[in-house]
Design a protein around this ligand. Structure first.
Ligand SMILES: NC(=O)c1ccc[n+]([C@@H]2O[C@H](COP(=O)([O-])OP(=O)(O)OC[C@H]3O[C@@H](n4cnc5c(N)ncnc54)[C@H](OP(=O)(O)O)[C@@H]3O)[C@@H](O)[C@H]2O)c1
Length: 260
């Protein structure tokens, strides 16, 4: 019994310290990424870390983010932290713990992406899901941007970005994704509001479209238009790297095309 308690104590110590083991280099730029445990978010962490950046890699369950924790174990410039987009107090608490830390680029990558399903189909809309989609995909990224606004203002690059999908003629042309698509359309509009609000402060707000990236185990032969996650993320990093104030408020595809 005592042995079990000792093992549990040791394990909890390890988890509690997961976010504190990082050692940032003051001369390196810093990026904050949400949803960093898998998919596109994890690839952002991998590529920025390989380029020598300080990375604040956030996810909603750090103790279950095995791949991310393994990457961070070998690179002290990666801090694994908790952000659940539905937990605004938690977001504020994390921002307070990073007060005075400049953040060059904030990437609102995390999102609720699902479909097709009946609850998202006009005629059989599930209104509790409606709320969850909008709180996750619109209010969540907005809250992260508000909470870390001062950090981005302190950064050299001053970029806030969010990942969206195509809407209207650019969108997924089948039923069953209505809540996903309309929540992302609202996110796009909120990004424009942020661009207007923080223009005078020199903050560039970019909305990024990653293309179709097969992050949910889809068979590649079913998606002829798919983009490899490495290429999509490398493209988006290049866009962020050369972002200008004139582009603020726009949406840009992973390959650099401006979306009209
Ligand atoms: N893949 C595509 O083809 C594609 C196309 C257009 C746009 N996008 C957008 O690009 C972004 C990343 O896509 P992806 O394919 O990598 O998505 P994904 O594989 O579904 O991963 C979504 C990420 O968001 C996190 N997340 C979900 N709800 C959250 C919450 N309440 N709080 C914090 N984190 C939460 C997930 O965490 P858990 O692991 O804990 O669930 C996961 O890390 C998404 O915003 C998506 O809408 C993707």
């Amino acid at each position: 019994m005592i042995r079990i308690i000792k093992v549990l104590l040791f394990a909890s110590l390890f988890v509690a310290q997961a976010g504190f083991a990082a050692e940032f280099r003051s001369e390196a730029p810093t990026v904050l990424i949400t949803g960093a445990n898998r998919g596109i978010g994890f690839e952002f962490v991998r590529q920025y870390a390989a380029a020598g950046w300080n990375v604040i890699a956030t996810c909603r369950s750090p103790d279950q983010a095995d791949e991310l924790n393994a990457l961070a174990a070998g690179n002290k410039q990666i801090a694994v932290e908790r952000i659940d987009l539905l937990d605004h107090e938690g977001i504020d608490a994390l921002a307070a713990s990073y007060a005075d830390q400049p953040i060059d680029i904030l990437i609102n990558n995390a999102g609720l992406m699902r479909g097709p399903d009946r609850g998202q189909m006009v005629g059989t809309i599930d209104y509790s899901e409606f709320d969850r989609f909008f709180r996750t995909n619109v209010a969540g990224p907005l809250k992260v941007s508000e909470a870390f606004y001062m950090n981005v203002k302190l950064g050299d690059k001053k970029i806030m970005s969010a990942l969206t999908t195509g809407t209207g003629k650019h969108g997924i042309p089948v039923p069953g994704f209505s809540l996903y698509k309309t929540s992302k359309a609202a996110l796009d509009a909120m990004q424009m509001e942020m661009a207007i609000r923080w223009k005078r402060q020199g903050i560039k707000v970019l909305t990024l479209m990653p293309g179709r990236v097969l992050t949910h185990g889809e068979a590649p032969e079913e998606a002829s238009n798919a983009v490899a996650v490495e290429d999509s993320v490398a493209g988006m990093i290049a866009i962020l790297d050369s972002a200008t104030m004139e582009q603020s408020g726009s949406a840009v595809r992973w390959n650099g095309e401006l979306v009209e």
